[in-house]
Design a protein around this ligand. Structure first.
Ligand code: 1CP
Length: 354
């Protein structure tokens, strides 16, 4: 049997007898063993910068479930921090960022920023050494616009402040995106050189943008990232995730040279098939809230997704990350259905010894 990970075969354009499966945000708070590990770190950022702990968190979901890929445990907000903006996490509330440094100042930090993220490379090489060869290792970064929304607003928000900024300070936003494109491309090159075999760009907040704005602040920066990473000699496939882009995802797929396009929960069967027909591998798009809810509705939706998209290159996944309070037996049931494998470890809420 071929040891090329199923995820990479799908991203190479193969239609497989069963699609690979992994779940966005599969590591982390839905797992009791993660919550236990998390108590040992002083804070979330130091957790991400601790290769031993981050490698453990990366491997936890693939030990528990027969998933086809692991995604490196890190966060999209490590880049602003590496560029000199303060970032911290308020327990139970989410990210907080200090005042945004001057853009020109951050531009001068781009080269050094990759070195400040060296621990993530170390996490990747540790995981790659431990992961079975038929499972892929995914690296990632946030999309420049999504990262910029946090940098501008200083926290999770409805992004209205960041969008207003995009209109009122057009040149400044373009300059900020350029800094982020540069830092992100270098970071992804470092991740690929450390063992990441596929690279996902999480543009989680691509919704609500007019076509011309979407082109300017999502499409163009993504294309620039992919081109920069490719010109550094990296051949790892990309998965772009312009979440909430709606019909504009077709413009995205036609212009950004990514191999895979991750679709959110509202993507229609036809939209996915059109992207496949145009040479893209698609990923998605089970509702994370349905995964949490479970029951016959979940089973029916999993069957529908498999039926509608398995005729072309397809990666089974969610349309947004796993909710922290998702029952693990719901995850087990979906993974078993897609892979045809049984989940060996207990799926109850008990902590499993490492
Ligand atoms: O203490 C903790 O456990 C903090 C919770 C947590 C975790 C586990 C955060 C804070 N980030 C992460 C890890 C993480 N973040 C991963 C690796 C784990 C995995 O996927 O298995 C990844 C891929 C991310 C990506 C990420 N971070 C995104 C994009 C994906 C998405 O969900 O849209 C975003 C928007 C963030 C910002 C962020 N970091 C953390 C939180 C709670 C948030 C979201 C805040 C918000 O909703 O605005």
């Amino acid at each position: 049997m071929s040891e090329t990970p199923r995820l990479l075969r799908a991203l190479g354009g193969e239609t497989l007898e069963r699609p690979p499966i992994w779940l966005m945000r599969q590591a982390g708070r839905s797992l009791p063993e993660y919550r236990e590990l998390r108590t040992r770190a002083k804070d979330f950022i130091s957790f991400c910068h601790n290769p031993e702990m981050a490698a453990e968190a990366t491997l936890q979901p693939v030990r528990r479930f027969p998933l086809d890929a692991a995604i490196v445990f890190a966060d999209i907000l490590l880049i602003p921090q590496a560029l000199g903006q303060d970032v911290w996490f308020e327990v139970g509330e989410g990210p907080r960022l200090g005042a945004m440094p001057q853009i020109a100042r951050m531009a001068g930090e781009v080269e050094a920023s990759t070195g400040r993220l060296a621990a993530i490379g170390e996490t990747l090489s540790r995981v790659r050494a431990e992961l079975e060869p038929d499972r892929a290792l995914i690296g990632f970064a946030g999309g420049p616009w999504t990262v910029a929304t946090y940098m501008i607003e200083g926290r999770s928000s409805d992004r209205s402040g960041a969008r207003t900024f995009a209109y009122e300070h057009r040149d400044e936003l373009d300059a900020l995106l350029e800094v982020l494109v540069d830092a992100t491309a270098r970071y992804l090159v470092m991740q690929a050189n450390s063992g990441a075999q596929a690279l996902q760009i999480f543009e989680s907040w691509a919704e609500g943008l007019a076509e011309d704005v979407f082109e300017r602040i999502v499409v163009r920066p993504h294309r620039a990232i992919v081109e920069k990473v490719r010109s550094a000699g990296v051949t790892a496939p990309f998965i772009g995730f312009p979440r909430g882009a709606g019909a504009l995802v077709e413009n995205y797929a036609a212009t950004v040279p990514v191999e895979g396009v991750a679709l959110d929960t509202q993507a229609s069967a036809d939209l996915g098939r059109r992207l496949q027909a145009n040479g893209k591998t698609i990923q998605g798009a089970l509702d994370n809230l349905l995964l949490r809810a479970g029951g016959p509705g979940l089973d029916a939706r999993v069957e529908a997704l498999l039926a509608q998209w398995s005729g072309g290159p397809y990666i089974f996944n969610l349309g947004h990350g796993v909710m922290p309070d998702t029952p693990l037996d719901h995850i087990a049931r979906v993974v078993e259905r897609v892979t045809g494998k049984t989940v060996k470890s207990g799926t109850d809420q008990e902590t499993k010894p490492a």
